[in-house]
Design a protein around this ligand. Structure first.
Ligand code: PLP
Length: 406
């Protein structure tokens, strides 16, 4: 017997939820593939994918089956015990990547928190207590805990919360000389997103990544790739680092990993992992059987040539049409990104107006994202069907036309 539902509406949000978000005017209640329905029964095309999370769309039958099967067996057991789904998921991630070991948690921020703590602990153990500086990129995003906002390169997220964590330096992204100037024997880690997601879908240059790897090697610093957004097939490779061939020492993933069920992972080598010995770090929910059963199924489906190749093909479909829309209405300066992490950079005439595009899209029953004020971001299901791509792009074109004509 389930509890009776009390009626709720969007206005309730402003009464009972902490006002740190400003959600859309409608409330989604159901999803199937790349379509979502709201309380009124209106159907929307989903190009947002829950912010690059719903890797297999909504209510994918294999994920529903994995979740419900595990739900009938064992939800939670704590890390006093291990569990089969966690062990299987770790084996699959280790087999598919540079890594030897995984640490599971519940979000991207927690995966990065673990990565930053591990990098500092490793440097402390191996080189001594003076080696604790972390260098990251201006405009980077690494999550919302105090450590991760401080490492993140956006003061608007880190100012006003009291003293920040010390020993963190920010340098311009894609600027190797700026990084070289800040590297020293005190640097314990360099943290980068292979494609800066939140701040505009901005890819790192190949030569930059190669140079960063070399600088890290020279200075005995660990290279951490934050693949919370780019990982698990998003870019058409299982992880974005595979495209560049530049291998990190620690990699974090979350978002697409659970396909909508909360989970995060930190991957690293035996040698580095050894420095998070028993008791040094922990989590109550991390690696719980429900999350791992779902994520294991996501990995099985995504890490196949069909799905990864399909992501690249879908990128081409999107790009051709987006470039045509951009040209026709003079709204985009360029379309960038890889796989199904796509950024449409607004032209000078529309700079700063990304929110207006998102609102116009919503009026046409299309969910899209912004990445900062100047970039529209698309992060749909990795298996979005051609009919949904076409319909969504038709709606986007209507939204753009309405905005331009207004
Ligand atoms: C979303 C994101 C995070 C934070 O993930 P949460 O699950 O919200 O904590 C960290 N890094 C990057 C690159 C992200 O895109």
């Amino acid at each position: 017997m389930s509890a009776p539902h009390i009626p709720v509406e969007r206005a309730d949000f402003d009464q009972v939820i902490v006002p740190s978000f400003a959600p859309a005017a409608f409330i989604p209640v159901r999803g199937q593939g790349s379509r979502v329905w709201d309380q009124s029964g209106r159907e929307l095309v989903d190009f947002a994918g829950g912010i690059a999370v719903n890797a297999l769309g909504h209510a994918h039958p294999a994920l529903v089956a994995a979740l419900t099967e595990q739900a009938g067996k064992l939800w939670h057991i704590s890390n006093i015990f291990t569990n089969e789904p966690a062990l299987r998921l770790a084996k699959k991630l280790v087999a598919a990547t540079f890594a030897d070991r995984a640490f599971f948690c519940n979000s991207g921020a927690e995966a990065n928190e673990a990565a930053f703590k591990l990098a500092r602990r490793y440097a402390h153990d191996v080189h001594g207590p003076q080696k604790y500086e972390i260098i990251s990129a201006i405009n980077s995003f690494h999550g919302r805990t105090l450590f991760t906002v401080t490492v993140g390169g956006q003061p608007k997220y880190s100012d006003g919360f009291g003293p920040k964590i010390e020993g963190i330096t920010h340098v311009p992204y894609n600027d190797l000389e700026a990084l070289r100037a800040k590297m020293s024997e005190r640097t314990c880690a360099v943290v980068l997103e292979p494609i800066q997601g939140e701040s505009g879908v901005l890819p790192a240059d190949q030569t930059y990544l190669e140079g960063v790897r070399e600088l890290c090697n020279e200075h005995g610093a660990l290279l951490i790739f934050d693949e919370v957004q780019t990982g698990m097939g998003r870019t058409g490779d299982l992880f974005a680092y595979m495209h560049s061939g530049v291998v990190p020492d620690i990699l974090t993933n979350a978002k697409s990993l659970g396909g909508g069920f909360p989970i995060g992972a930190m991957l690293t080598t035996h040698e580095i992992a050894a420095h998070l010995s028993v008791g040094t770090h922990g989590t109550t929910y991390g690696g719980n059987p429900l999350a791992c059963a779902v994520a294991e199924t996501v990995v099985d489906i995504v890490n196949t040539p069909e799905v990864l190749e399909g992501v690249k093909q879908r990128h081409a479909l999107f790009r051709t049409r987006l470039e045509a829309i951009g040209e026709r209405y003079g709204v985009f300066r360029l379309v960038r990104g890889r796989g199904l992490l796509i950024g449409c950079v607004l032209s000078n005439a529309w700079k700063g107006k990304a929110a207006a595009f998102c609102a116009a899209a919503e009026r046409e029953a299309l969910m899209i994202l912004q990445a900062g004020p100047d970039v529209l971001r698309l992060a749909p299901s990795l298996i979005i069907e051609q009919a949904d791509i076409d319909e969504g792009l038709d709606r986007l074109e209507r939204a753009v036309a309405a905005l331009v004509q207004a």
